[in-house]
Design a protein around this ligand. Structure first.
Ligand code: AMP
Ligand code: ZN
Ligand code: FE
Ligand code: FE
Length: 285
């Protein structure tokens, strides 16, 4: 049974592969559809869509955004995003610009902690939205840390010595921008919300009320039990479901396209249902 992967990253953010290469890999892995969801940019979408036509695999154009909701920080996936209006383009440009300011602060804090890297070196590793994984990669190659995870724990993560925040849109602002584009918006890797049971259900309900369409029930880090819990919440709240690996190539080497850590399988029905939902709203698929 072929599967799909609706959460992937390419070199235009913190993935390893060119968008076209990624689409080729997805086709070779036997997937029937994939979404390209780079952080803060739609730069890779045209290339991916074109490659999808060549490799005969359905490509859904999307992106991933980090948003804030009060004290909470979370990621959302926008699917079926194309020909962005100027307002969205400007918002994404501002987010990418703020990454540069943030990264310079990180490099300075690293220096204060005895780790000397140049920002130009960071830039040379990135071809789009520059992120902490690019910095982690340098620390890894320098032998400053042994794993990317250690880089985040010690330096780059929220509790790390060199942490600096980047600008993020509010959930409301992001939803207003994305819904105006006719995108379908999902809560990415919902396990990171850190809620369970009734509390999780109430939180998801709140986001649904704000305009979120569904949640990424199938995800690399979700056990079958967790996936089923999220499927149940989605059913109860009449919300949509998506699924993906969050493939980043060498930037998250333990994660494979389509199958995550080996056990992930996102059924084709997930995409069929999402398309049915969009058609019902008169949106393109
Ligand atoms: P940034 O977009 O620069 O804020 O970096 C956030 C990205 O770093 C996330 O989207 C993940 O892809 C990655 N990331 C976050 N935490 C970790 C971790 N502990 N280990 C490896 N990668 C991580
Ligand atoms: Zn990423
Ligand atoms: Fe994410
Ligand atoms: Fe992601």
């Amino acid at each position: 049974m072929p599967g799909i992967d609706l959460h992937t990253h390419s070199i235009v953010s913190d993935g390893q592969h060119r968008p076209a290469e990624l689409v080729d890999l997805a086709a070779k892995a036997g997937l029937s559809a994939m979404a390209l969801t780079d952080h803060d940019t739609m730069e890779g979408l045209e290339e991916a869509l074109e490659a999808g036509r060549t490799h005969n695999i359905e490509v859904i154009p999307g992106c991933e955004l980090a948003v804030v909701d009060g004290r909470r920080q979370l990621h959302i996936l926008a699917l079926w995003l194309r020909s962005p209006a100027l307002t969205l383009q400007k918002a994404l440009t501002a987010l990418r610009a703020s990454r540069h300011e943030r990264n310079r602060i990180i490099v300075e804090k690293l220096r204060q902690n005895g780790v000397n890297i140049e920002y130009d070196e960071v830039l040379s590793r990135a071809q789009g939205a520059v992120g902490r994984p690019h910095i982690a990669q340098i620390l890894l190659e320098r032998g400053v840390v042994r794993t990317s995870d250690e880089a985040f724990k010690k330096y780059l993560g929220r509790q790390g010595r060199a942490f600096a925040a980047k600008q993020e849109l509010s959930m409301d602002a992001a939803l207003a921008l994305l819904k105006a584009e006719g995108a379908t918006v999902m809560l990415a890797h919902p396990y990171l919300l850190g809620e369970n049971g009734k509390a999780m259900e109430e939180l998801v309900r709140r986001y649904h009320d704000m305009g979120v369409d569904g949640l990424e029930a199938y995800y690399t880090e979700h056990s079958t039990l967790r996936t089923n819990e999220y499927l149940q919440i989605a059913r109860k709240l009449e919300m949509q479901v998506s699924g993906g690996s969050d493939f980043h190539g060498k930037f998250k080497p333990q994660i494979q396209l389509g199958i995550g850590r080996g056990k992930l399988h996102v059924p084709e029905k997930v995409l069929d249902d999402l398309k049915e939902y969009r058609r019902g709203k008169g949106l393109w698929v």
